[in-house]
Design a protein around this ligand. Structure first.
Ligand code: PLP
Length: 396
């Protein structure tokens, strides 16, 4: 066997290590929560999880998964249309649709699959797809896999979006794809403007609301609810792997004809197993918890405000926004990784992000707030940040 390829990869990895940009997994030995046990580190505060509502280890969410495991076994051993649909899949889809105010919803094993299995299924050379430059990687890959001409607009630049809409006049369908909450910036899409432009140009709007579902809006119905536009967005894709239980899974919600068409033709539906029933049942329980405990969303919002204020007072300049994603731009990837490493030594787990996850020169640490954090937790995090920030010379 020739070793050339693997030798090259090994050498590149040594290069990553030399440049200080090599990512290491931190192994947890307790459930995802504000405080976790980390192998070799002991108890650490988590400020970098998508467990926005603290539901991933919620007793009702765990019990629902256990009950489904007992009742239905480990999985479907099939794709949906062959023999892989359980009652819990349909119940979850009906609940997601009523939660978001759409006609129907269709689950996938991840939002990655929902995004990459969307537009390639029903757009072709006669259509045009228009995408924000900072959309999630799964949206970008889905757009790239679509046979339509594609146009990318500068992040949240509405005149640029309008230019693309104007220049693509005459296409059979035009589709604008945007994240609801941008995962690396923590800002919101300008949804009212996007919807208005789309209406004037007869385009369809798709929002990936993975960081908005369960998080934004008074009752956690996401970015459209935040803007008072619930039920007015054509299509929503989102994940079950963040606020809604945190296990895995994703979905597309929208018109019944779209969901039905995807069930017929979307490749990850036709060629990949269904969501495990444990995961479907836990996500359903997470949605029920959200209905029963609206204070979770309120606490998340209050925690977010508190953390953003305290970070600013401490001398950091986090990117502005109303979301619980609080990024601090540091520039070089090595600095972001160094800060993250030093914070871990102070028992605070915050991930540093560098190239290729974010553009070169825009490396950052990204803090994420949960409804499960107490004020003491947040204060503990801030004081570690202040100490490490001063050491590394990055405070204002
Ligand atoms: N879309 C966005 C905006 C995300 O942040 C993520 C996850 O990081 C995904 C999609 C993918 O979600 P999943 O983990 O369900 O594949």
């Amino acid at each position: 066997m020739t070793q050339g390829l693997f030798q090259r990869l090994g050498a590149e990895i040594e290069g990553f290590k030399g440049q200080g940009v090599y990512k290491r997994f931190n192994t947890l030995t307790s459930p995802q929560a504000p405080w976790v046990e980390m192998a070799g580190r002991g108890r650490v505060l988590v400020l970098s999880s998508n467990n926005y509502l603290g539901l991933s280890a919620d007793p009702a969410v765990v019990a629902a998964g256990q009950e489904a495991l007992k009742r239905l076994g480990a999985g479907t051993a099939s794709v949906r249309f062959i023999c892989g649909t359980f009652d819990v899949h349909r119940r979850l889809e009906a609940k997601l649709a009523s939660f978001l105010g759409t006609q129907d919803a269709l689950t996938y094993v991840s939002c990655w699959n929902a995004n990459t299995g969307l537009t390639p299924t029903f757009l072709d050379e006669q259509d045009v797809i228009i995408s924000d430059e900072l959309n999630h990687a799964s949206v970008i890959d889905g757009v790239r896999a679509t046979r339509s001409p594609r146009k990318v607009y500068r992040h949240s630049d509405m005149s640029h979006l309008e230019e693309h809409l104007t220049s693509s006049k005459g296409a059979r369908h035009r589709l604008v794809f945007t994240d609801g909450v941008f995962s690396m910036e923590g800002d919101l899409a300008k949804l009212p403007d996007i919807a208005d432009l789309a209406r004037r140009h007869d385009a369809v709007v798709v929002v990936d609301d993975s960081h908005g579902t369960g998080v934004m809006g008074r009752t956690g119905r996401g970015t459209p609810e935040h803007y008072g536009m619930q039920g007015q967005v054509d299509v929503i894709t989102s994940t079950l792997g963040k606020a809604l239980g945190g296990a895995a899974g994703g979905f597309t919600a929208g018109p019944a004809s779209l969901c039905d068409y995807l069930a017929q033709r979307s490749r990850p539906q036709l060629f990949s197993n269904a969501l495990p029933p444990t995961v479907a049942a836990s996500a359903l329980a997470a949605l029920e918890q959200l209905d029963a405990r609206p204070e979770l969303v309120r606490t998340l919002r209050e925690n977010t405000l508190y953390f953003r204020q305290r970070m600013t007072e401490a001398g950091f300049a986090p990117l502005a926004g109303p979301t619980p994603i609080v990024p601090v731009i540091l520039g070089e990837t090595a600095l972001a990784i160094r800060m993250s490493k030093r914070l871990l030594e102070e028992r605070v787990f915050v991930t540093g992000f560098g190239y290729p996850v974010v553009p070169q020169g825009h490396a950052r640490i990204r803090c994420q707030i949960s409804a499960a954090h107490t004020r003491d937790d947040l204060d503990f995090g801030i004081s570690a940040m202040r100490k490490v920030g001063a050491e590394l010379g990055i405070l204002k």
